[in-house]
Design a protein around this ligand. Structure first.
Ligand SMILES: [Zn+2]
Length: 398
């Protein structure tokens, strides 16, 4: 599960077949082996003509696709050389998205999530994590998490919700950062459990956001209530990965600023490192040291960080392929990062591999060689996507 993977460790089945029973994979093997079983069982047989490669449905383990507004202006200002502070003073930054999201109705938020999720599905993504964190008050965070829950019931894709109330201290909050976190811990977190809105709590550990000591009581309360922890760590400065390890987080995400100390710490823990190349591309800064993390024995997932500010592209396959080229990752490492290792970053054991008993989530590409997929750097999309055993996207019908 952890460490580097060579391409020859990847199991490739030539002339393969898959038996699907309702939403699950019943068997995976060669066509010859399976066709007899399928006939005995009286199963419907669908032959795919021409060359096809089938991969597990992709899993995007870190997104912020529940939001209102656009930050196209921020993006233009940043590329015109304006600083973070200048952009914030001009009314941009995360706070702009908070203001826009608060003005957006729950129904409009649902529409936005559904629209973005459909695009991800066409790109082969069958499971998507979605964070709150643009509400930053009890009612507004709840509005976002209800929107994610309702959107999830309208689409085939599985949405995994995470509460990111600890994204930043809202500008309109009169108390201290500690007061804000205490209020969220005592009021919001129990409500999330009561309403079954999410099982995961995230925090942005960074200068200007939350420090290790501020977050300690908040995470303790979250653990007490039975939440899993995940951390925005080491994006611009170090410190977040140590918080992730101390609090037994499932994952530490970003890590662009991680040095050999943080890499060793993460690699020797059970925390999964999540690289977010979309944020590096959006901000024009360095990539997560993915090669070093894997060589040190860590586990690496890759996610899109799809958000209106730093990662507006939201194309997991493209970004994973680009990270692979810059960080010298094998095909196997990149594909693991968006399938079974991404599943582990969300603590999901029922997906991410083509194995008996797993969910029948499939991304199918029209090619005779799996290496063509990353070679085309995301410009080559799936021709068919199955979610829970149902053909949910078919290029021929679009
Ligand atoms: Zn993020």
């Amino acid at each position: 599960m952890k460490g580097a993977i060579k391409d020859d460790e990847l199991t490739v089945i030539e002339d393969g077949g898959i038996l699907i029973d309702n939403d699950r994979l019943h068997a995976v093997g060669t066509h010859t082996e399976l066709v007899g079983t399928a006939k005995t069982l009286g199963a419907d047989i669908r032959e795919l003509n021409g060359d096809h490669v089938c991969l597990p449905g992709f899993i995007d383990a870190h997104t912020h696709i529940c939001f209102g507004g656009s930050r196209a202006n921020d993006y233009a200002m940043r590329n015109a050389g304006k600083t973070y502070l200048e952009i914030a003073n001009a009314g941009g930054g995360i706070w702009d998205t908070v203001t826009q999201t608060r003005k957006t109705s729950k129904e409009q938020l649902i529409k936005g999530i559904v629209k973005r999720t459909k695009r991800h599905l066409k790109n082969g993504v069958t499971t998507l994590e979605v964070k709150s964190g643009y509400g930053l008050s009890v009612p507004e965070e709840l509005k976002m998490l209800y929107a994610i829950k309702e959107a999830n019931s309208q689409i085939p894709t599985d949405l995994i919700a995470t509460c990111l109330a600890a994204h930043m201290v809202p500008k309109d909050y009169s108390g201290s950062p500690a007061d804000y976190l205490e209020e969220m811990a005592n009021t919001l977190l129990p409500k999330l459990k009561e309403e079954q809105l999410c099982d995961r709590i995230d925090a942005f550990i960074e200068e200007g956001a939350f420090t290790a000591s501020l977050i300690r009581p908040y995470f303790s309360k979250a653990r007490e209530l039975g939440f899993d922890i995940t951390v925005h760590a080491d994006q611009f400065s170090t410190g977040g990965s140590a918080v992730a390890v101390q609090h037994n987080a499932i994952s530490a995400d970003h890590l662009e600023a991680s040095t050999s100390n943080e890499i060793a710490l993460l690699a020797n823990s059970n925390v999964i490192s999540v690289a977010l190349p979309g944020a590096s591309i959006g901000l024009g800064c360095s990539f997560t040291p993915a090669r070093e993390l894997l060589d040190a024995g860590g586990s690496l997932a890759i996610a899109s960080d799809h958000n209106p500010g730093s990662a507006p592209m939201g194309d997991l396959l493209t970004q994973a392929a680009i990270l692979g080229a810059f960080q010298k990752l094998t095909n196997a490492e990149v594909l693991a990062g968006i399938t079974f290792r991404a599943a582990a970053a969300l603590k999901l054991e029922d997906r991410g591999r083509l194995e008996e008993g797993q969910l029948a989530d499939l991304s199918i590409f029209h090619t005779n060689d799996y290496k063509e997929i990353l070679y085309n750097q995301g410009n080559f999309k799936p021709c068919m996507v199955y979610k829970n055993g149902v053909l949910s996207f078919d290029k021929h019908n679009n």
